[in-house]
Design a protein around this ligand. Structure first.
Ligand SMILES: [Zn+2]
Length: 252
């Protein structure tokens, strides 16, 4: 069967002397492993079309669960990602993240769109890479079914007052904001300001076009980073090598 699908290359690897393998995040089929046969005479476009971060229209043949690459028309190579080690490390984290949460046969069009928007934003560096990572994590987890409750206490459903001077508590395990009383029964509760809570609501609900078009104060960034990391680690238990690499280069 011949399949034509738009997809992003989220992993490329060569096993010994044999064929090249790529992992594609496709619009309709979710994550699939594809063989890019070495025997095929590569033209230049075919070889560059199988690189990490290439978004294109892929033509594949499928036999049972095996997919082989026939051709690819590149839509965006996201080439500038490689110009900066920091950008490359964050983009690698995004790729590793989607590899972990996507599955074969489960289309995740929204998550694919979010991933593409995020890669574009990482290249433009309009705001800090740390902020973009937090935005991606929170929005991705919301798309994946882990949207945190931010309007009322997730435990007792009490409406929380909206006041710039109020301190709020976020519980990853609880799955959202907790009132002062309910937060006492959670060992791990993260204090966040009104501005951070507001920013989180914005990240979850705004359109993709506006998602990376804002900046925040250093305090909000710090709180947001902490919440997003904690929330991600709670729902995705994998240790991301690329995230560890980011920590290493930022400690230098
Ligand atoms: Zn409560």
């Amino acid at each position: 069967m011949i399949i034509k699908t738009k997809a992003l290359v989220i992993r490329e690897y060569i096993v010994g002397e044999s064929d090249k393998y790529i992992t594609l995040f496709t619009k309709e089929l979710g994550k699939i492993q594809v063989i890019a046969p070495k025997g095929k005479k590569y033209d230049k476009g075919f070889a560059s079309g199988t690189q990490l971060f290439v978004y294109g229209e892929f033509i594949l043949t499928s036999y049972h669960t095996t997919y082989r690459l026939m051709n690819v028309e590149i839509i965006n190579m996201f080439h500038d990602i490689r110009k900066d080690l920091n950008v490359l490390s964050y983009a690698s984290y995004i790729a590793e993240f989607v590899q972990e949460v996507t599955h074969e046969g489960v289309g995740q069009e929204k998550l694919l769109m979010l991933t593409l928007v995020t890669l574009k934003s990482l290249m433009s560096q309009n705001s800090s890479l740390k902020l973009m990572r937090g935005i991606f994590e929170l929005r991705a987890l919301s798309i994946l079914g882990f949207m945190p409750e931010l309007e009322k206490c997730v435990e007792c459903h009490e409406e929380l007052e909206e006041n710039e001077n109020t301190v709020y508590f976020f519980g990853s395990e609880a799955g959202g904001i907790l009132c002062n009383k309910c937060s006492m029964s959670y060992k791990e509760r993260l204090k966040i300001s009104y501005s951070t809570l507001y920013t989180m609501k914005y990240i979850i609900h705004t359109s993709f076009n506006c998602l990376y078009a804002f900046n925040v104060s250093p305090v909000v960034l710090q709180e947001l980073e902490k919440v997003c990391r904690h929330y991600t680690a709670y729902y995705i238990s994998k240790r991301f090598k690329s995230a560890e690499f980011i920590d290493q280069i930022e400690d230098l």
